[in-house]
Design a protein around this ligand. Structure first.
Ligand code: PLP
Length: 404
């Protein structure tokens, strides 16, 4: 039999978060070496337990979870999402325009497949969470990256965005709070993005999965709340705010000028019907989780784990010669820069591998986030403060004298 090859369609699909360096880490772990895995945003792996609100809701509603449910999601779950997102300012939202899915990941795929045609261009942030470039590519569309400006707190640069708009541009994606930079965008920046979408008739897609993990007194503003006259899609879920990423529980809301995109909604219904329904076990907890605002809040206030862990990491990181970073105000990531002059890093995957082999710390290189320069990497700030401090000290040790 001839060799069987994968489809060409997936040739450029990539996930460095679980890529070659990760495979190397798995081998090390299999041989008994302990590796600090700072590659995935997986809160339960770092001791963030299941909130009691969710455990209770799950047990109380277990019997409701065995049948296929509505392809858009259970009515009670969509009603709770509708109330939550309406409170966030999403205009003319209705449970009918909400889809519950197996995580934002599944919904991103459904949205891109339903929305994009071959050759459509989609403006994605740089750096970018690779789920989105992968979904755009699998829909035969083309990712076009706009600059998020490190010297301006990693905020999107609307001038660069404007320069990249062509007659083929169909949508702008915003990830706010951002992965991998941890930036939380101010309203004024979002207003400029909305104005561009309005001027060029573009669809706005906003991935807001970290919206409840915001620190330093900042307030999260939903992109769609500023655009009642545009076709907007907002994605969110429970993976991060309630540390239940294994549940695979997300939602997607169409708001604003929904009437312009009824056909797209029908397309999403087609795709949702194909998989019958989203996992019902996780849908029954949505009302209780959204009522439980204390769980995410407790993580981000001073003394909360995410706040203290960020402080611990930053306190050591800032002492490392040749490392610069913008402290994150949201999510649990930072995207530090390694001095070109000092380390001469030409291959950031090699850097990540060298760090792994020397210090048993696994990070994702910046190129894994479609970043064009090989001088960044992403830190996951989920381990306890003492563990992170030690890891940052080890990083400092490793970088002392390191160059390529
Ligand atoms: N969107 C962003 C920006 C993420 O960082 C992640 C996971 O890390 C996801 C989506 C995936 O979310 P879910 O677990 O709901 O699939």
């Amino acid at each position: 039999m001839e060799e069987i090859l994968r489809s060409e369609r997936i040739a450029s699909v990539r996930s460095d978060i679980r890529g070659a360096v990760y495979q190397e880490a798995l081998k090390m772990m299999a041989s008994g070496i302990e590796v600090l895995r700072l590659n995935t945003g997986n809160p339960p792996a770092f001791g963030f337990g299941m909130p009691e609100s969710i455990r209770r809701a799950l047990l109380e509603n277990l019997d409701q979870t065995v049948a296929y449910c509505d392809l858009k999601g259970m009515p009670a779950a969509r009603k709770a999402v509708c109330a939550y997102e309406t409170k966030k300012g999403l205009p003319n939202l209705s449970p009918d325009h909400i889809f519950i899915g197996n995580g934002v990941s599944e919904l991103a795929g459904m949205l891109c497949t339903a929305l994009f045609c071959a050759g459509d261009e989609v403006l994605l942030p740089c750096p970018n969470y690779s789920l989105w470039s992968n979904c755009v590519i699998l829909a035969d569309a083309k990712p076009v990256y706009y600059r998020c400006d490190e010297s301006a707190g990693w905020y999107p640069d609307p001038d660069d965005m404007r320069a990249k708009i062509t007659p083929r541009t169909k949508a702008i994606l915003v990830i706010n709070p951002n992965n991998p930079t941890g930036a939380v965008y101010p309203k004024e920046v979002l207003e400029k993005i909305v104005a561009l979408a309005r001027e060029y008739g573009l669809i706005l897609i906003s991935d807001e999965i970290y919206d409840r993990l915001v620190m330093d007194g900042k307030e999260h503003v939903s992109t769609a709340s500023l655009a009642p006259d545009l076709f907007c899609v907002t994605l969110n879920g429970l993976s991060k705010s309630h540390s239940v990423c294994g549940f695979r529980c997300g939602w997607m809301c169409f708001s604003g000028a929904v009437e312009k995109g009824e056909d797209v909604l029908d397309g999403v219904v087609q795709l949702a019907a194909m998989r019958l329904c989203s996992n019902a076990l996780t849908q029954v907890v949505i009302p209780a989780a959204l009522a439980d605002e204390e769980t995410p809040r407790a993580m981000v206030v001073p003394v909360g784990r995410l706040y203290e862990q960020r402080e611990a990491a930053a306190s050591v990181l800032k002492k490392i010669d040749g490392v610069d970073f913008v402290k994150n105000s949201g999510a649990f990531y930072m995207f530090p820069r390694l001095s070109k002059e000092k380390f001469h890093i030409a291959d950031d995957r090699r850097f990540a591998r060298d760090l792994l082999l020397a210090k048993h710390i696994l990070v994702v290189p910046g190129s894994g986030f479609d970043y064009p320069e090989p001088d960044h990497f992403r830190l996951v700030l989920l381990p306890e403060a003492s563990v992170l401090k030690k890891a940052m000290e080890d990083l400092g040790d490793f970088l002392d004298g390191y160059h390529q």
